[in-house]
Design a protein around this ligand. Sequence first.
Ligand code: XMP
Length: 520
Amino acid sequence: MDIHAHRLLILDFGSQYTQLIARKVRELGVYCEILPWDMPVEELVDFAPRGVILSGGPESTTQADAPRIPDCVLNMGVPLLGICYGMQSLAMQLGGRVVGADEREFGYAEVEVSGSSRLLGDLSDHLDAKRLDVWMSHGDRVEVLPSGFSSVARTEHVPIVAMEHASQPWFGIQFHPEVTHTRQGSEILRRFAVDICGCEALWTAEGIIEDQIARVRAQVGNAQVLLGLSGGVDSSVVAALLHQAIGDQLTCVFVDTGLLRYQEGDQVMETFARHMGVKVIRVNARDEYFAALAGVDDPEAKRKIIGGLFVEIFEDEAGKLSDVQFLAQGTIYPDVIESAGARTGKAHVIKSHHNVGGLPEHMKLALVEPLRELFKDEVRRLGDALGLPHEMIHRHPFPGPGLGVRVLGAVNAEAVSVLQKADHIFIQELRAAGWYERTSQAFAVYLPVKSVGVVGDARAYEPVIALRAVETIDFMTARWAELPYALLDRVGRRIVNEVRGVSRVVYDVTGKPPATIEWE
Ligand code: XMP
């Protein structure tokens, strides 16, 4: 059966949590897509979901020009679940009343559930009563229910925090089931997706791989496909997937910039070329990069040079291959949503960062993008299922310009080599202490300031290594990780003892904001 057959629509009203809803639903094995509330009606209808989740949103339904649920959605005849703003719109559009509150309710709340609820009944986080710990984030609330609805959950002060229709499959919850603080959140979404909408869990890593293999074969036929392999998660998974789908019709070009992590270039070749038998052309562009970067100390200028050179080299290599008609890319679903948002002028989060790459139009290659439907965690699951090394697939993110933005100021081969060794020691020790998985991103930075030290009996006057480790969910905000002193101590000692040219190591204790995660 088509793995997309049982699908849900997440109608987006602009909440920062909308992508989380989709990820939670996908985790249940149910395919879903996010479409904006003002999408053309035909496209919403054509999508033909088995149910619709109405997301939260930053606006107030009490405003005249606030986003509305399109009639076509209300008339689809499928179950509806409104979350926060989605519940308020549902209530209002079906004849209830929503009122603005003086204060926002934000954070934990305990709600009491009515036993008769199909969505929430018999759920409890406490032994003594039907009470749930949930996460709230709203200003407005439903004051008068539309006809046919009853309240199925309340808090001490608010009598309606969830509503259900007596005979139609229409539900609303004021709290957010998609955030982990709502402990029964996944179960609530499962009840909606599986029990109420009748979706089967068809969306599995094995199913996705099989489906994509068939699609890629149908798309490219006997043609040749080119892929820029970077060693990152996305392009690695594309390489493994396409290798299974089309074998030798795939040629990967791996541009070794000299700005990768310690021995990373060799590992990429080991995994793909030697182990899996993928056709990989390694272009050793180290010298070219160091020459182009010599004396350049402005971070944005460095980013431009690194990105520009990549395109030049990649194009050059591509030009040497005859008969290539397709270019494979590791575009993932959040990129698709963000660029759709940007097109309609409704992007809530637009990242200013872009990965190295972006080939000129004139190459005229058709795109193969087998990860377009997937979230990052799904890409990782695919990577595991395809047998890629765990270390490669579960790595912390690495910026496109690589160590080019982690050697502060002008970049040179010597500084990069020092940084690679220091960074390697830091990561090794984090892994050994079980802290690698507990941090979201950790790395060393090379500071081109000279600091005095005593090495042996001699005075040394050498650059400083800074260590950065952060915990974050979305990389938009981050906390510095409270690594144990003993671990920092070990890392500091090893770096000054083992890496020539470093006599001082410091730890970065700034959060984001105000500091960014990277130093440049
Ligand atoms: P910042 O430093 O802005 O970083 O807090 C947030 C996340 O983005 C990564 N980053 C980049 N990724 N090209 C990239 O592909 C870049 O130029 C770039 N700059 C930062 C950074 O590693 C972190 O994960």
